[in-house]
Design a protein around this ligand. Structure first.
Ligand SMILES: *Cc1c(COP(=O)(O)O)cnc(C)c1O
Length: 243
């Protein structure tokens, strides 16, 4: 009889381990139902407002990525995460004057939302002597309140960004309109899937489609998501986290 090697989870947060296991099982079920390979969807723990030890508990329970929205939060605790930088992605709006702060703390910026930001990120990566993975954020619902490339413009922008020397274009990211999420209306995710397939034809290194949150990750997986970004579903509602 062999031993099954498991990561040891943090006994202080059994509910986090339970939630991570629930998501991992549900992702495996959805992958199977869609005819996708087991493990083709990665579970990201979205860390905003969540205490670092709880995020680490999610990692040790099997979540494989951490998503940070806020530069300040990331800087305050980047050395306290129990995972290497390769598992930390930036997913929030990034101002160009903050790039320097995060360039060595994350392995991927999922929220590249303009050519201006892409150019500044590539320049900073070059200066730091690194290659930075990036996803292009698509404002799929064309909402005023969100930044990102338009669905009509993202493929053209991808051409320019793929040619930037210190960026590696890995795919697309989106947050769909809240109303569509609540209505389980898959049309925006289907549009994202079509954009992603078109991107992959032109740029075979593009292997990442980051979409789906607590309220809509199932639809996202059915539409080809390779990363789902889960906050509340793992850690509870954010107004109970602070303090
Ligand atoms: C907060 C956030 C998430 C997670 O949202 P939940 O509804 O808590 O799962 C995912 N992606 C981004 C960009 C976010 O800001």
């Amino acid at each position: 009889m062999g031993f099954i090697i498991r990561k040891t989870s943090d006994p202080r947060f059994p509910e986090v381990e339970e939630r991570v296991n629930w998501y991992l099982n549900r992702l495996r079920e959805l992958e199977a139902a869609c005819g996708r390979a087991a493990g083709s969807v990665r579970l990201m723990a979205v860390a905003k407002t969540v205490p670092t030890e709880k995020v680490n508990a999610a990692l040790s329970s099997g979540a494989c990525l951490v998503g940070e929205n806020r530069v300040q939060e990331l800087l305050a605790r980047k050395n306290q995460y129990s995972c290497p930088k390769s598992q930390i992605h930036f997913i929030g709006h990034l101002q160009t004057n903050k790039i320097r702060d995060i360039i060595n703390a994350v392995s991927c910026v999922e929220s590249v939302d303009s050519l201006h930001l892409a150019r500044a990120l590539s320049a900073a990566a070059e200066k730091a002597g690194i290659q930075m993975d990036c996803l292009l954020e698509v404002n799929i619902g064309m909402e005023e309140s969100k930044s990102g490339f338009s669905p009509e413009g993202v493929l053209e922008a991808a051409g320019e960004i793929a040619a930037m020397p210190s960026l590696t274009l890995r795919g697309l990211m989106t947050v769909q309109p809240a109303a569509a999420s609540a209505a389980h209306d898959g049309r925006y995710f289907r549009r994202m899937e079509a954009l992603y397939r078109a991107l992959q034809e032109a740029y075979p290194q593009a292997d990442t489609l980051s979409m789906g949150m607590t309220g809509d990750f199932e639809e996202a997986v059915r539409c080809g998501a390779t990363i789902v970004r889960i906050g509340r579903g793992l850690f509870g509602s954010r107004d109970r986290q602070m303090g």
